[in-house]
Design a protein around this ligand. Structure first.
Ligand code: EPU
Length: 311
């Protein structure tokens, strides 16, 4: 466990926005979870779990929060990227499956290339999605027909009420970009997950992954600082299409603007000479929601998580 005072949060997010927290608690192993309650009570502030920071909009200023970073599963004892643990294989209704235990801190791009190389299917649609495994679980991250929750067999979580424990699928609820635990808790942190991945041809999976990446690169601002899609898609619609039709593409405030490539991405131009402010992002979001509401009568729901989250 490592504790850092007053960490600058912008550096921990893909959007590169946000003020500072009271403290950052880095967890490198499951054993660190046992010391977490004490570390949190010493630091004070409300607990916020940060994965890869790829889906976050954090407010400016000195924030009354303490950030927990589950990094277990990202590095091995020698400091090299850790690998998933192969637990075994089993027969499913449509073929053979391999069971993997993966730490919450493992980077999604690493997991994707590791599984594709071994012919394990299920994550090819998530190519180009940054972030870590714990964040992909918490968001039920998805793209091009893939999503995280259907691959999950069990989850080891920490909650302040129950400590570290393992739950099966009956212990969680997942739907489009939503994931929550069935048993009420004040907050939870994923520590590791067991995935069941179907065995398939590595060359076929590599081809699908490459096709998805080309599609993504041609339609989304993958080389800019963004937090992914800002809004969830309303049932049967694309938020990007509605925002585009409402004239939001290229709309700018300070260093922030809605991408010209895809209107559901806010991009932060960190080199424009104007300091990026979350206030500008929030003003653009309010403007966009009002424009879509007025033009289409649709109320857009945020996909990106706002911090501090008031519980
Ligand atoms: N469109 C526009 N203008 C835009 C953006 C999109 O007209 O500015 C149109 C496109 O031309 C297309 C339709 O809207 O006809 C759908 O667009 P796209 O294929 O880009 O998909 P999306 O619904 O906007 C969703 C996910 C993405 C995911 C892609 C591909 C959400 C909110 N978005 O986008 O996920 O990568 O499908 O599967 O679910 C994310 O969640 O962060 C994310 C990027």
């Amino acid at each position: 466990m490592k504790i850092i005072d007053r960490p600058a949060l912008a550096e921990l997010t893909t959007l590169r926005l946000g003020g500072s927290a009271i403290a950052e608690i880095r967890l490198d192993s499951l054993a660190d979870c046992e010391r977490l309650p004490e570390a949190l009570s010493l630091a004070g502030g409300s607990a916020h779990v940060l994965g890869g920071g790829s889906n976050l909009l954090i407010r400016d200023g000195e924030l009354p929060i303490t950030v927990i970073r589950p990094l277990m599963g990202s590095r091995d004892a020698e400091g090299r990227p850790a690998e998933p643990e192969v637990l075994g294989a089993e027969d499913g209704p449509d073929g053979k499956y391999t069971l993997l235990r993966v730490g919450a801190g493992m980077r999604m791009p690493f997991l994707l290339s590791w599984t594709v190389r071994r012919g394990l299917a299920g994550l090819e649609g998530l190519v180009g999605v940054p972030g870590r495994v714990g964040g992909a679980v918490a968001m039920n991250a998805g793209s091009y027909g893939c999503s995280t929750a259907p691959l999950m067999r069990s989850l080891t979580v920490f909650t302040p009420e129950r400590g570290l424990h393992e739950i099966g699928p009956e212990g969680w609820e997942a739907s489009y970009r939503r994931f929550s635990l069935v048993k009420p808790c004040s907050w939870y942190m994923s520590a590791s997950v067991v995935l069941a991945m179907k065995q398939d041809d590595p060359a076929k999976l590599r081809r699908i992954m490459q096709e998805n990446f080309l599609r993504k690169k041609s339609g989304q601002p993958v080389h800019e600082h963004t937090a992914g899609c800002v809004f969830k898609n309303p049932e049967g619609e694309s938020a990007g299409r509605l925002l585009d039709a409402a004239g939001m593409k290229g709309r700018r405030r300070g260093a922030l603007r809605f991408s010209e490539m895809h209107a559901n991405f806010l991009a932060h131009d960190t080199k424009c000479g104007i300091p990026g402010r979350t206030e500008d992002a929030l003003a653009l979001i309010a403007e966009a929601r009002a424009a879509v509401q007025e033009r289409f009568g649709v109320s857009l729901e945020m996909e990106v998580k706002e911090w501090p989250a008031w519980r």
